[in-house]
Ligand binder design. Sequence first.
Ligand SMILES: [Fe+2]
Length: 524
Amino acid sequence: MIKWGITSNAHDAALAVVNTVKGDQPEILFAAHAERSSGKKNDAWLNQTIVDQAREFGRPEEVHWYENFNLKRLRQIRSGQWKTAWNKQSPWHTLDKLDVVWPTPWTPVSSAMVGGMSGAPYPPSLHYHKHHASHAAAGYFTSPFRDAAVLVIDSIGEFETLTIWQGYDRQLKRTFSQRYPHSVGLWYSSMTQRIGLKPNEDEYILMGWAALGDPERFKQKIYDDFFYPLKNNSPEIKFKHNLHRGCRWWAPELNSLQDYADIAASTQAVYEMIFDHLLKYIKHSTNNKNIVIMGGCALNCVANGRAYKYFDNVWIMPNPGDAGSSLGCVLDDVRDFTEYNTAYLGYNIAGDYPIENTIKQLKTERMVGVANGRAEFGPRALGNRTLFADPRGDDVQDLVNTVKKRQPFRPFAPVIKADKVHDYFEMPQGCDESQFMQFIATTKHPDQFPAITHYDGTSRVQTVTAEQHPDLYRLLDRWEQETGCPILLNTSLNIKGEPMVDTEDDAKRWHERYGVKVLTKEGE
Ligand SMILES: [Fe+2]
């Protein structure tokens, strides 16, 4: 049976197609972000192109929605967001506008409304899932663990903002739930806005900016002004203010760029303190050696490594935010594990991976785009929609930053063969791989690789094995043969504020606009 999972109508719309056969593991056939086909960064809405791509994998018999629309509307009404509550388009309106279903001659699309609203007998049916249940299922059922603690931290779904679950033998039992308005994610987004960045989008920039600031300068003040004291033996994180509308009122005078950097650093330090508190609580209360971390806050790769202090094994699904819940809501329905060993699940650009041409371009131009194979499902480029560059030398960071129009303080990430990672990086203790770029490591040779080394001496590493991505592994091998260097700089093939390249046409446009060659297959 083909089941669709949908995230839409808020931010980061996405669609996942899962094949479920009784007795077999569910198989992920397709998963993609709507922004890649619409060209609008963090697009909140599904579009016909992504729907058409998904339809190629067969007709859905069920459609699952990543949250409960009715409960969410109730929360919006209760919290005084009247306008949003009444203006908000319902899931069935969204789906009815799109050509989602396959109408039979007696069931026109408009009356074959998903969910049977019109009483039409025609499937697919529409099923709502709780926002945090979708996050927890996306994490637990893609993990390699059968017994694991699950921590979900995000801004807000319906009412829940922080939940802890126990996953055992295909059952997920919620053991703690914190509710709106107490929300770690909303607070982090408010601080993002307070330093002049865009909330719900630029949190990763705050995280990067933090390395330039003094974490001690505002740490205590932030903690005292926003938080009630943390309690031992309790995962409760209580706030003194409702931060849904931000905290522009918050006091410190900001006169210099250093002031902003110090707030970023102090915010990150407080977040890590809270994250640590939660991890410690979960470890002590469950004694589990496995943890799954999900929700938008699980994108905080600077903090994520702390989980290895308390747990032997850590799994963060590579798309832990709401977009990943498009898959999570289907898994919440199926309640079975799926093998998740690849993030290459989106639109396919056919043809051989351009290994030799990439090497040639890197040696002459030092930078080249590659758009080949299936697009990554998740916020990071992992080799299939990537701008590669030679990581050696002092001028590379400026060279790539100029093309990508990013803030000059932001470093780039390295991709390295997994068997070489310990020669070049100090990984978090107990962590040998970072297949999906979810952890930071200390760079052992910062002078050789300034472009991939942040101000604090760290790098957000992607490791790759021959099994995970044979072509990318071969590319790194060939690069090492040619230069003695097993590392490439790897950044997403996009420009600040725009989504990543998706199709062959996008690749062509990117090349024409920015003058850097994008290879879509070997031999072109
Ligand atoms: Fe969420």
